[in-house]
Design a protein. Structure first.
Length: 118
């Protein structure tokens, strides 16, 4: 299970990304397409067109970190969104990494405090 503070947001890119991109290339995608700040400490998750690889970019205070995962079998199923990204919780990211299709998950109602977008 990921242990992230509640202040950290997780953004899933809705469009496939070129997995040859590294730190600076992914930071550029965050700025230009997700309209985010790559130095914010939030997690930005990208997948390839075949949906069998993903990269997570985040800033840990003094440098970028990339988490890269390639599946030997199966695909990652990102939820569909209306914009360039979808915001999810840490539990959702954990399920996504474990192969759970988030569209099939039923959630019980919970209180959620309204927050600003960034």
């Amino acid at each position: 299970m990921l242990s992230l503070p509640s202040s950290v947001r997780i953004y899933l890119g809705t469009q496939p990304a070129d997995m040859r991109r590294s730190f600076d290339g992914l930071a550029f995608l965050v700025q230009q397409f997700l309209q985010g700040d790559p130095l914010s400490g939030h997690l930005f998750v990208f997948r390839n067109k075949a949906q069998d690889r993903l990269k997570v970019l985040f800033w840990d205070g003094d440098g970028y970190v990339i988490y890269y995962k390639r599946l030997e079998k199966g695909t990652f199923r990102f939820p569909k969104g209306n914009g360039a990204s979808v915001t999810v919780r840490a539990a959702d990211l954990t399920m996504l990494l474990d192969g759970v299709d988030l569209t099939s998950v039923r959630r019980r109602p919970r209180y959620q405090r309204a927050t600003s977008d960034q």
